[in-house]
Design a protein around this ligand. Structure first.
Ligand SMILES: C[S@@+](CC[C@H](N)C(=O)[O-])C[C@H]1O[C@@H](n2cnc3c(N)ncnc32)[C@H](O)[C@@H]1O
Length: 290
């Protein structure tokens, strides 16, 4: 079969199984041939070798079963950087770039009080958020996750992107709380006034039933019955450990801003709160600032 024939024939097979069938086939065929996408159009009549065809068919059958392209390729681009991903980490979403943007803009604003920050990313997964911040800001960078397998990927991604981030395994702020309170050995302590960023699991049990999510780790998505379990726990920990963050930036679900504002006001009464919307007009990020 030629490049042109594959693009045509396999499109009809994937048509009702993917929202972007043509793009998917282009990507998978390029991957099987180990060539850029342009090659498919420069050489439409080029025949695939038996080995190339067999590689393509294997990749294609994974996509046909619903596996996300990022897991099939083993990487995902986020904030103009490349991140290794596998089934142990959430695939970084474009919406999360809004959170990263908001942190960078806030820190770099001329009137900002957030310069040279210590930044702590809670539930780091692939490390996409903290690594993008480390790439774009000066400061000290820390991250936690409950999953050792996710942290292994995050560490690899920090190396791949050539940034220094200290990773800790544990429940939300717990593994880093003593360091935030300044009791760690010299050189380790970030600050008792960090910037906290997080994209916590915030889907409700019902939303989690969406079949497009079946390949991603439940621990990365499941926010309990109303999706808010982790936010309650995070604010409880901020209170318990007496952390006075300079700012908190949280990615949130479209209908969660009200409840999270209430939690924040209780624990950090003198802070200002701003909600930022995504391109579809839904609440997406909450910013809590001193
Ligand atoms: C929604 S994912 C976000 C991943 C990544 N930050 C991103 O934005 O792509 C949530 C992450 O929180 C982690 N997580 C779940 N429960 C946790 C806990 N109790 N403490 C720390 N991390 C937790 C999961 O393993 C997962 O990596």
């Amino acid at each position: 079969m030629t490049n042109k024939q594959i693009l045509k024939e396999y499109l009809s097979k994937l048509k009702y199984k993917s929202l972007s069938p043509f793009l998917d086939i282009e990507i998978l065929l390029s991957q099987a041939l180990n060539k850029p996408k342009e090659y498919l159009y420069e050489y439409p009549e080029k025949k695939l070798s038996a080995k190339q065809l067999s590689i393509f068919k294997k990749l294609f059958s994974r996509r046909l079963r619903g596996e996300p392209i990022a897991y099939i390729l083993g990487y995902k681009e986020f904030y103009d950087l490349k991140f290794k991903v596998n089934k142990n980490v959430l695939i970084p979403r474009p919406e999360t770039e809004i959170l990263v943007d908001e942190v960078i803009t806030s820190v770099k604003a001329p009137s900002s009080k957030l310069q040279v920050p210590s930044v702590v990313d809670i539930g780091t997964g692939s490390g996409a958020i903290i690594i993008s911040l480390a790439k774009n800001l000066k400061g000290n960078f820390y991250a936690t996750d409950i999953s050792a397998k996710a942290l292994a990927i995050a560490r690899q991604n920090a190396r791949l992107n050539k940034v220094t981030v200290k990773f800790f395994k544990g429940n939300l702020l717990e593994p880093i709380s003593s360091k935030l309170l300044g009791s760690a050995e010299a050189g380790q302590a970030p600050s008792s006034k960090p910037i906290i960023v997080a994209n916590l699991p915030y889907l409700t049990s019902k939303e989690l039933q969406n079949s497009t999510l079946k390949y991603e780790p439940k621990i990365a998505l499941n926010g309990g019955q109303n999706g808010l379990e982790y936010f309650y726990e995070l604010f409880d920990q901020i209170k318990k450990f007496e952390i006075k963050p300079l700012a908190i930036f949280l990615e949130i679900g479209w209908n969660q801003a009200g409840k999270i504002k209430q939690m924040a006001k209780k624990v950090l009464p003198n802070y200002k709160i701003k909600v930022i919307k995504d391109l579809s007009g839904f609440d997406r990020v909450i910013k809590i600032l001193k």
